[in-house]
Write a protein that binds this ligand. Structure first.
Ligand SMILES: *[C@@H]1O[C@H](CO)[C@@H](O)[C@H](O)[C@H]1NC(C)=O
Ligand SMILES: *[C@@H]1O[C@H](CO)[C@@H](O)[C@H](O)[C@H]1NC(C)=O
Ligand SMILES: *[C@@H]1O[C@H](CO)[C@@H](O)[C@H](O)[C@H]1NC(C)=O
Ligand SMILES: *[C@@H]1O[C@H](CO)[C@@H](O)[C@H](O)[C@H]1NC(C)=O
Ligand SMILES: *[C@@H]1O[C@H](CO)[C@@H](O)[C@H](O)[C@H]1NC(C)=O
Ligand SMILES: *[C@@H]1O[C@H](CO)[C@@H](O)[C@H](O)[C@H]1NC(C)=O
Ligand SMILES: [Zn+2]
Length: 633
């Protein structure tokens, strides 16, 4: 067995065109060199040094747009072809996706920038009571299907007050109302919207209490109409509803909100709901409809269909990519394991065992697709949706309703048990994820297939490029498992008192205090950034690497920079681009500069005169710990 494996890999090695291996590394190094802005020193503003010329040399906003564009080109080609037309595995799914695409690219009717009020009021045939069925969320109440905090294998319905971002949609509704003639309704809608905002402002709390209730308990506590749930779940059976678990926050708000609604005139209420539905469609349709924008739209709204097609007909390197990605993950896990040996946070044996078990269990998934392989599953998954090849807006409503139906489906199976074989991420995004993401409840990192394209990743690249870019991204995602929110979830994704104990311990709190010293948008993102880069660096160079002691310059494809310098530059490519504000993360230049500024080796790697002012390290063993180990091995 061992012998034949060896033979195989030799044969493969013989047939790999060597030129290609050299080329991809030369190309990557060239790309990095083209982005350099040498007017800045790497020591004063590293982002500008590494990325400063990106926007003047690239036609893309950033490298994400570049790989998304490659994905879209390939999918446009597929859609325009006859591939899969007589497919034996999932012909219906493929036909549905083509119909949706055809209507999206050929039907020119659109809502955006062109409000047609007669349509809003008369032709918009949705019954206002059905708004939840059509994916309209955040009107009066925010409803999500998620898993229970203490049981990651059980679906629950979470209810809370709408998110403040829903106010953009309300503002658009009020704009539409100004164009609308029936003054009486309009006044009613304005009054309703103002009242809701007022109630939300009054009751919004930093960390609201979450109540776990059965259906009857919920109905006792909050005057939500029974019809709300009948419409939502398509069942009219209290017994069935009583199997559901609700996690409810903002209870005072919900109580007062539904009391108010009960007594409010129904015409303006219905007009408001119709208008919000209209705004939802307007916000969901692509701004400009063309082949590429339709592909991007479909990635977000029909993820299973798009990923299935890409995976089967376009994606070439699943096997090679998977083995490289798993290898990177295992070196990251090994480095984190060494951190735990040093136990900088002085965890108790029980706490250490908790963190080790969690580390061990982190899974990785290439592409947001379920484990299930049967053609029946894929072919029927969108079976309840009726897409036409001629009416895009009707299709969009179908897609929104389909997404909601699929989200709710798990609630009605026995005990609302999560079916892991069929699980994939299907949430209410408007833009599909391209970057890897971590889910606490699944203890899983998903790497979208979009991401696994050059210049972000190529399986033929030298490991220094892979470990610095994808490695640091995976390091970031892994560290979400161990930041102040993620640490609460155990290896199986259930909230655990041991996690809480760790979070409350003094060394953990001190580590967080350090990271808080520099301004941030989101603390957990900051922690994941700092710890992720440190972990990726240590995983590649070994713990306590010191470039003052020897020079590491081993590469034929890179003459100018040493290995650690190249590592930092390649890492920064993830963040290169023009600089609009990024939601939920800090701006890219800050992210890069703060991350390298907290990696104690960075200053040595670039021979910076002043050592950086801040070295926030959390899990990583301190410098003293390492030097002690060197003296007394
Ligand atoms: C990052 O850039 C900021 C200016 O935008 C600068 O103040 C900071 O020193 C830089 N840090 C590093 C490590 O490059
Ligand atoms: C390089 O950075 C400097 C500021 O440090 C900036 O003024 C200049 O425009 C940048 N060069 C390019 C080509 O973007
Ligand atoms: C699919 O089948 C139809 C009818 O038999 C045929 O006309 C068509 O060429 C086939 N398409 C492909 C791509 O083979
Ligand atoms: C989860 O929490 C709820 C409410 O606190 C409780 O009723 C239930 O028994 C818990 N389930 C588990 C598996 O611990
Ligand atoms: C639900 O069932 C009740 C009694 O069985 C009935 O009165 C009511 O009309 C039903 N509601 C809907 C929306 O089907
Ligand atoms: C599907 O939609 C078309 C028009 O878009 C309609 O004529 C047809 O009846 C619908 N079929 C089903 C099963 O709803
Ligand atoms: Zn993150």
């Amino acid at each position: 067995m061992g012998c034949s494996l060896l033979l195989c890999s030799c044969l493969v090695a013989l047939f790999i065109p060597i030129q290609a291996i050299v080329d991809i590394n030369v190309a990557t190094a060239n790309d990095i060199h083209n982005n350099l802005n040498r007017t800045t020193s790497p020591c004063t503003n590293f982002w500008n040094f590494a990325c400063g010329r990106f926007s003047s040399t690239s036609e893309y906003v950033d490298n994400f747009e570049r790989v998304e564009d490659q994905f879209a080109s390939a999918m446009v080609e597929f859609m325009a072809s006859h591939l899969g037309e007589n497919d034996t595995l999932a012909p219906r799914l493929i036909r549905q996706m083509r119909q949706y695409y055809k209507a999206c690219t050929e039907d020119t009717r659109k809502l955006h920038g062109n409000p047609r009020l007669e349509e809003l009021v008369n032709q918009w045939t949705l019954h206002p009571k059905k708004f939840l069925v059509y994916g309209l969320n955040g009107v009066f109440i925010d409803k999500r299907v998620d898993v229970a905090a203490n049981d990651s294998m059980r679906w629950v319905i979470q209810l809370r007050m709408p998110d403040p971002t829903d106010r953009y949609s309300d503002r658009r509704v009020l704009q539409l109302m100004r164009l609308y003639e029936e003054a009486w309704y309009t006044r009613g809608v304005v009054e309703l919207v103002e009242k809701m905002h007022q109630l939300q402002d009054k009751y919004r709390a930093e960390n609201p209490v979450v109540h776990t209730w059965s259906y009857s308990e919920l109905r006792q506590e909050i005057p939500i109409p029974h019809s709300f749930f009948i419409e939502l779940l398509g069942v009219n059976d209290t017994e069935e509803l009583d199997h559901l678990t609700f996690e409810v926050s903002d209870v005072e708000y919900l109580r007062e909100c539904f009391r108010f609604l009960r007594d409010f005139a129904s015409e303006p209420k219905d007009t408001y709901i119709r208008a919000r539905q209209y705004v939802l469609v307007e916000e969901s349709e692509p701004r400009e409809r063309n082949p590429r924008s339709c592909i991007h739209h479909m990635r977000a709204y029909l993820p299973l269909g798009m990923n299935y097609i890409y995976d089967r007909f376009i994606y070439q390197n699943r096997k090679e990519d998977t083995s490289r990605v798993l290898e990177i993950l295992s070196t990251l896990k090994a480095a984190f394991g060494k951190y735990l040996d040093a136990n900088r946070l002085q965890l108790t044996p029980n706490q250490l065992a908790y963190v080790r078990a969690k580390l061990e269990c982190i899974q990785i998934k290439i592409g947001n697709l379920p484990e299930e392989k049967s053609s029946e599953f894929y072919n029927n998954h969108y079976g309840s949706a009726n897409f036409s090849a001629t009416n895009f807006l009707a299709n969009l409503l179908e897609a929104l309703a389909l997404r909601t139906r699929l989200q709710n489906a798990g609630l009605l199976v026995r005990n609302s048990q999560v079916d892991l074989r069929h699980y994939y991420v299907n949430d209410n995004v408007r833009k599909a994820r391209t970057s890897p993401f971590y889910e606490n409840e699944r203890n899983t990192i998903t790497v979208p297939m979009e991401f696994l394209q050059w210049p972000l990743f190529d399986h033929r690249e030298h490991t220094i490029f892979q470990h610095s870019l994808l490695g640091a991204v995976l390091g970031h995602e892994m560290n979400h498992a161990f930041e102040q929110e993620g640490i609460l979830f155990d290896a199986a994704g259930n909230e655990s008192p041991v996690g809480l104990e760790i979070r409350e311990s003094q060394p953990f709190r001190d580590a967080i205090k350090c990271a808080e010293k520099q301004p941030f948008v989101s603390l957990k993102e900051r922690l994941a950034d700092l710890n992720g880069l440190q972990l990726a660096y240590d995983a590649f160079f070994g713990l306590a690497h010191d470039s003052r002691q020897f020079e590491y310059r081993p590469y034929a494809f890179e003459r100018e920079f040493t290995a650690p310098q190249l590592f930092h530059l390649s890492y920064a490519q993830f963040f290169c681009g023009s600089l609009p504000p990024v939601i939920a993360h800090d701006r890219d230049d800050e992210r890069v500069n703060v991350s390298v500024g907290n990696l104690r080796q960075f200053a040595y790697d670039f021979n910076c005169e002043t050592s950086p002012s801040s070295d926030c390290e959390m899990w990583r063993p301190g410098e003293e710990a390492n030097s002690n180990r060197n003296v007394h091995p």
